[in-house]
Ligand binder design. Structure first.
Ligand code: 5GP
Ligand code: ZN
Length: 130
């Protein structure tokens, strides 16, 4: 069984911040920044690429609610919402989750950079994706 399913089933302890019939939120063990939280559907689904609309809507409602609550309570200056889908994108636990990561300053432990791709072909991307 997957590690997050084990947390849902209380087989592995966690610091739960929110729970209803469909959604669970708990502190991420890494605490990349103070208050780093993951929000998951209780139902096992790998990620956004496989998630049904109803489960997704329920999950995102709680992501939004908790983001505001965590932002206020931690006195963070900002917040990142992150979802990794598949290994190549950094997903290590194959049970869907959104990270809520409060941000305190530019030198905290989360570092996301949108570097410019010098081989970019934006016309080709547009033709493919429009
Ligand atoms: P991913 O890299 O898949 O987007 O994120 C997985 C996250 O799950 C990581 O940030 C990692 O710290 C967290 N994690 C992995 N195992 C456990 C655990 O047993 N308990 C908790 N609370 N978090 C975990
Ligand atoms: Zn699972």
């Amino acid at each position: 069984m997957c590690i997050f399913c084990s947390i849902v089933n209380n087989e592995i302890p966690s610091y739960k911040l929110y729970e209803d019939d469909d959604v669970l939120a708990f502190l991420d063990i890494s605490q990349t920044t103070f208050g780093h939280t993951v929000v998951i559907p209780k139902k096992h689904v790998a990620n956004i690429l496989e998630c049904d609309d109803e489960t997704y809507a329920k999950l995102m409602k709680i992501v939004k609610e908790l983001s505001g609550k965590i932002y206020q309570k931690t006195n963070a200056k900002g917040i990142n919402i992150l979802h990794n889908a598949n290994e190549v994108a950094g997903q290590t636990v194959m049970h869907m989750h959104y990270h809520i990561i409060p941000r305190y300053d530019e030198t905290d432990k989360l570092n996301i950079t949108f570097a410019e791709n010098h081989d970019k072909d934006i016309e080709k991307a547009y033709e493919l994706l429009k």
